[in-house]
Design a protein around this ligand. Structure first.
Ligand SMILES: [Ca+2]
Ligand SMILES: [Ca+2]
Ligand SMILES: [Ca+2]
Ligand SMILES: [Ca+2]
Length: 467
C-alpha cells in the first residue's frame, strides 16, 4: 500500500440555543486513491491519477467518500505531518482481522466483501436523529490532510457549507445552501470571536471560539460559552485552562464532547485563579469540537486561555490562544442573603462604579413582586450574624441610599439608581451593600423582611480589574 496520498475527514456542526457544537461522531478518514483530471475549475493538464494535475479538479460522489473500503481510523493519521503508516493499519489487518502474519504485512487485507459487510453506515459519520430534530443552523465541513503542506497554506484545506435537514418520512434529506467558506467551521458561529494558534512548528492548530452573553437581568452574571476545534493537532488537548479573578463566582460549569457517555466527560473546577476543564483520558482529538461553558459574575476581558497537550511529543506542554475570560470583577459577591424561601434576593450592579458614572445602578432580583426594598450600605468592610442571617455591613453606621427605597416590578426585580460623583475623594472606596426587602408571607428579619446577597462595590477609575 502506498502511504503517499491525501486524507479527507468530515464533520457536522449545529448552532442551537447559543451553543455551537459538533453533532457527528468522530469521522473515519477517507484515503484518497486517485486524482481525477476534471475541468470544473479551469483548463487542466491531466495526469494518470497518481497526482493532481495543474488546474485540474477532483470532485466525486458522496458514495465514493462514504465507501468504507477506503475509510480508515483517524487515530492512524498524523494530521500535522500528513503521515500514515500502512503496516499493521486497519486496511492491513482487515475487519475482522486476518490471521498473522497477514494482519501486519503491509499488504491490504480489507477486501471489498469485508467492507460491504460493514453495512451502509459502517464507519461513516453518524448523527443521532434527535440532533437533527432541534431548531438550529447546521453545517458540514470537509478537510484535506496533505503531507508536506505548511500551516500558512492550510486554511483552504477545509471548508464548510450550510444545510437544512428535513425528514422525508423514511430518511433525512440534507439540502445544502449558501456559500462555501474556507477555514474552521467555528467561523459560522454568529457573533463569536474565533482565534487560533499552533504549538509552534511542532504541532497543529487549535481554534477557540468564544461568545459571552449580556449580563443576566436577575442575578448579574455573564454566560461564557466556548467551542474548541482541533484542526490538526496530533497530541490532542487534555485540559482547557481559563484565567479568572480568584474571588469571582463560577456557576453552572458544563462540558460537551461528541459521545453520549457521561463517564468520560471532563471534570471542571476552579483552582486558584483558573477554571480548569480536564479530561486526559478523553482528549480533544484532531477534527473534533468540544464545548465548555459556565456563568460568572466577572465580566469578560480579552486574554489568553491555555490548552494542555494530552500526550507527550515535540513542542510545548500547552498552546495559548487569545480569547475572553472572566477577569473584570468590580463588584464582588460577599455571600448569600437570608430568606424563608429557597433562594434569597440577589444584588448586583450594572457595570463599573467609575467616578462620574451617572448611570451606575444596583439591582436586586428574586424579590416579592411590587413589594418595597431598602438598599443599605457601609463604607466599613465587615460582616456579622444576627438571628441566623449575615449582614454584610461593617461596624459603624449603615446608610440608606437616597434613591434606595423602591418597589420591585412584576418579575421581582428592584432597581436603585446610584450615580457616582465625579470626586476624587471616592477613588478606591469599597462600599458593602445589601437590601432589606419586604415579603408579606414572612421573612427572617423583623418577621416580614428578607436580606439580599451581600455586594462589595469597588469605586474608582484606577482599581485593578480583579480585587
Ligand atoms: Ca495485510
Ligand atoms: Ca492548501
Ligand atoms: Ca462523554
Ligand atoms: Ca421571601
Amino acid at each position: 500500500m502506498d502511504p503517499d496520498h491525501p486524507f479527507i475527514a468530515f464533520l457536522l456542526a449545529r448552532e442551537a440555543n447559543g451553543r455551537f457544537e459538533q453533532i457527528s461522531d468522530r469521522s473515519y478518514v477517507k484515503h484518497g486513491f486517485f486524482a481525477l483530471s476534471s475541468t470544473f475549475c479551469s483548463a487542466c493538464i491531466g495526469t494518470d491519477g497518481t497526482r493532481l494535475g495543474l488546474g485540474c479538479s477532483d470532485t466525486y460522489s458522496v458514495g465514493n467518500n462514504g465507501d468504507n473500503f477506503w475509510l480508515g481510523p483517524p487515530a492512524e493519521i498524523d494530521p500535522w505531518l500528513g503521515l500514515w503508516d500502512p503496516v499493521c493499519s486497519h486496511f492491513d489487518r482487515g475487519e475482522p482481522a486476518v490471521a498473522p502474519p497477514n494482519d501486519c504485512n503491509g499488504a491490504r487485507s480489507l477486501t471489498s466483501s469485508q467492507a460491504n459487510a460493514l453495512g451502509s453506515v459502517g464507519h461513516r459519520i453518524r448523527v443521532r436523529d434527535a440532533d437533527f430534530n432541534v431548531p438550529g443552523a447546521f453545517w458540514f465541513q470537509g478537510m484535506y490532510v496533505i503531507e508536506t503542506e505548511g500551516d500558512r497554506v492550510r486554511e483552504d484545506n477545509l471548508a464548510s457549507r450550510a444545510f437544512v435537514p428535513s425528514w422525508t418520512g423514511s430518511s433525512w434529506n440534507l439540502v445544502e445552501s449558501g456559500v462555501q467558506l474556507f477555514g474552521s467551521v467555528l467561523q459560522r458561529w454568529a457573533g463569536a470571536s474565533v482565534k487560533s494558534s499552533t504549538n509552534g512548528t511542532d504541532d497543529g492548530r487549535l481554534f477557540v471560539a468564544v461568545k459571552v452573553g449580556g449580563q443576566d437581568q436577575t442575578n448579574g452574571t455573564y454566560h461564557y460559552e466556548y467551542a474548541v476545534h482541533n484542526r490538526d493537532n496530533r497530541r490532542g488537548v487534555g485540559a482547557l485552562r481559563i484565567p479568572i479573578c480568584a474571588s469571582a463566582r463560577v456557576m453552572n460549569l458544563g462540558f460537551g464532547d461528541i459521545d453520549q457517555e457521561a463517564g468520560n466527560d471532563w471534570s471542571a473546577s476552579v483552582v486558584g485563579n483558573e477554571i480548569v476543564f480536564s479530561g486526559p483520558s478523553n482528549p480533544l482529538a484532531w477534527n473534533t469540537i468540544y464545548n465548555f461553558w459556565f456563568d460568572s459574575d466577572a465580566a469578560p476581558v480579552l486574554d489568553t486561555v491555555e490548552l494542555d497537550q494530552a500526550s507527550a511529543g515535540p513542542g510545548a506542554a500547552f498552546v495559548s490562544v487569545t480569547s475572553s475570560a472572566p477577569l473584570a470583577l468590580y463588584n464582588v459577591y460577599l455571600g448569600p442573603g437570608c430568606d424563608f424561601d429557597p433562594v434569597p434576593p440577589t444584588l448586583f450592579a450594572n457595570g463599573r462604579a467609575t467616578l462620574g458614572n451617572a448611570a451606575f445602578a444596583l439591582y436586586s432580583g428574586g424579590n416579592t413582586p411590587f413589594m418595597r426594598s431598602y438598599l443599605r450600605f457601609s463604607i466599613t468592610p465587615g460582616s456579622h450574624v444576627r438571628g441566623g442571617c449575615t449582614r454584610y455591613l461593617g461596624p459603624g453606621p449603615a446608610f440608606s441610599l437616597a434613591a434606595g427605597n423602591n418597589l420591585a416590578d412584576a418579575t421581582g426585580l428592584c432597581g436603585f439608581s446610584a450615580p457616582i460623583p465625579s470626586d476624587i475623594a471616592y477613588e478606591g472606596l469599597n462600599v458593602s451593600m445589601q437590601t432589606l426587602s419586604r415579603d408579606p408571607s414572612g421573612g427572617p428579619v423583623r418577621s416580614f423582611f428578607d436580606l439580599s446577597d451581600g455586594l462589595l462595590v469597588r469605586l474608582g477609575n484606577a482599581v485593578p480589574d480583579c480585587p
